[in-house]
Write a protein that binds this ligand. Structure first.
Ligand code: 3HC
Length: 290
């Protein structure tokens, strides 16, 4: 098997951009694909800013930052990903979109040694893998769940699907470690471990707000000061995206066959109103200027 030198990252959003940066600072080439050139431009500018900040803070030398930047390329064409030996998909959390993409990726990378990883936060790896063709091709599909902000967060949750080969799982663990992360394995059940535990807690914070147990500042303050969370659950929901939180709760409800996981009515209402959190400038809290 050729040595891993190049990773393709699909989706130039927060997660895809962060994964590309982690790869480039770990001496791997990263090709970032997004069909929207505007998203690629934004991603490139963010890489320049974050690497410059790392130099300012003395965490990285200027030549190392320059080399990392030079290792990342950006393309709107899926065909340009061909030189990669590993793919990490980080597109929107929509099973149909991901499955359509995995069918195209399986065709683009006929070599079964090329791993097709998904950064899904809750969608079944087994289900996504069915789009990659027959069993030998499904064996290379694996969950590689990063956390936001990727350059800061230590964890990669590694999730084999039913068809994933043990060898691919072990290679995924090794890659996560090479990216400077701590890999921990979870089984392919809705939400895996991270969102199975985190999202109901966030959802409960919306219920506490809706039922008047306390206002958002107090709910977050209590959880920050009382439980030592870096962000309160409502601030974290804005950071993740309220639409993403609601979507993950629905995946939990469907996947675990229980209505108790449905999103809180107040969370759904904010999403309907377009209050999606940081990315829309307002969610639970306001973010003027974003
Ligand atoms: N990208 C890169 N680096 C960032 C960053 C970003 N978006 N935001 C902050 N950082 C870096 C800063 O540069 C700083 O680095 P330094 O220590 O080298 O100076 C460091 O993080 C700390 O930043 P700040 O001092 O500005 O701010 P805080 O101390 O408040 O930390 C935080 C910010 C790291 C975001 C912290 O609040 C935190 O850990 N929050 C919780 C994040 C979390 O729970 N993430 C998981 C979300 S769930 C998820 O992603 C899964 C999905 O499936 C839903």
């Amino acid at each position: 098997m050729p040595e891993l030198s190049t990773i393709a990252i699909i989706g130039a959003g927060q997660m895809g951009g962060g994964i590309a940066q982690a790869a480039a600072t770990s001496a791997l080439r990263a090709i970032v694909h997004d069909p929207f050139p505007g998203a690629l431009d934004k991603c490139k500018a963010l890489h320049a800013k974050l690497l410059a900040r790392a130099v300012e803070k003395g965490k990285m030398s200027q030549p190392d930052a320059d080399a990392a930047r030079a290792r990342i390329s950006y393309t709107p064409n899926l065909d340009d990903l061909r030189p990669a030996q590993w793919v990490i998909e980080a597109v929107v959390e929509d099973a149909k979109v991901k499955k359509d993409l995995f069918a195209r990726l399986a065709a683009l990378f006929p070599d079964p040694a090329v791993v097709l990883a998904t950064n899904t936060s809750s969608i079944s790896i087994t289900e996504i893998a069915t789009a990659a063709g027959p069993a030998p091709s499904q064996a290379r599909v694996v969950g590689m769940h990063f956390f936001n902000p990727v350059p800061v967060m230590q964890l990669v949750e590694v999730i084999p699907g039913l068809a994933t080969s043990p060898e691919v799982t072990e290679r995924t663990v090794a890659l996560a470690a090479r990216l400077g992360k701590t890999p921990l394995k979870a089984n392919d059940r809705a939400g895996f471990v991270s969102n199975r535990v985190l999202m109901p807690m966030i959802n409960e914070a919306f219920y506490a707000w809706m039922e008047g147990v306390a206002d958002p500042d107090a709910i977050d303050g209590i959880m920050k000061l009382g439980c030592n969370f870096p962000m309160g659950p409502l601030r974290l929901a804005d950071f993740i995206g309220l639409d993403t939180c609601a979507h993950i709760m629905n995946v939990l409800a469907d996947g675990l066959n229980s209505e108790r996981y449905r999103p809180c009515p107040l969370l759904k209402q904010l999403v309907t109103a377009g209050r999606l959190g940081d990315k829309s400038g307002r969610g639970v809290f306001e973010y003027p200027g974003r």
